[in-house]
Write a protein that binds this ligand. Structure first.
Ligand code: UDP
Length: 141
């Protein structure tokens, strides 16, 4: 199995619910290490750039509004199969379809306000980590 890195964002809804620690516990419980971390209130330009791949989608404008509605917690996670492990912890995009015990089933309200982001492939993970963290701020351990 490969050691991977993935980019995770705890979205404004989950930060507002005060469950950052509970979500970090799930990362650690699944063997993922936090190798970079910072809180930020994204600008519109930062959110639009991050979600540029979704620019043509009907939900793009609302997604950007939501992502800039409050602070987010951004982290890079490292571990064996980190991308898939994190996606498993997150659950389905729509919390109503998310498996019991996943972050979205437990903490998310709707498909728009769905608590967490996680990279979906090694290529996007590398781009997304570099979008928020210079290499000097990622600490392999
Ligand atoms: N999203 C939305 N409405 C939709 C589909 C997606 O608001 O109908 C938002 C949601 O916040 C989701 C994000 O757009 O997390 C990115 O969508 P994607 O399909 O990449 O889902 P994810 O990878 O986050 O599960």
């Amino acid at each position: 199995m490969a050691i991977e890195r993935t980019l995770s964002i705890i979205k404004p809804d989950a930060v507002a619910k005060n469950v950052i620690g509970q979500i970090y516990s799930r990362f650690e419980g699944a063997g993922l290490k936090v190798v970079a971390s910072r809180m930020a209130h994204l600008s519109r330009a930062e959110a639009e750039g991050f979600y540029a791949v979704h620019k043509a989608r009907p939900f793009f404008k609302d997604l950007v509004e939501f992502m800039i509605s409050g602070p987010v917690m951004i982290q890079a996670l490292e571990g064996e199969n980190a991308i898939a492990v994190n996606r498993e912890l997150m659950g389905a995009t729509n919390p109503k379809e998310a498996a019991a015990g996943t972050i979205r089933a437990d903490f998310a309200e709707s498909i728009d306000a769905n608590a967490v982001h996680g990279s979906d492939a090694p290529e996007t993970a590398a781009v997304e980590i570099a979008y928020f963290f210079p290499a000097s701020q990622v600490f392999s351990r």
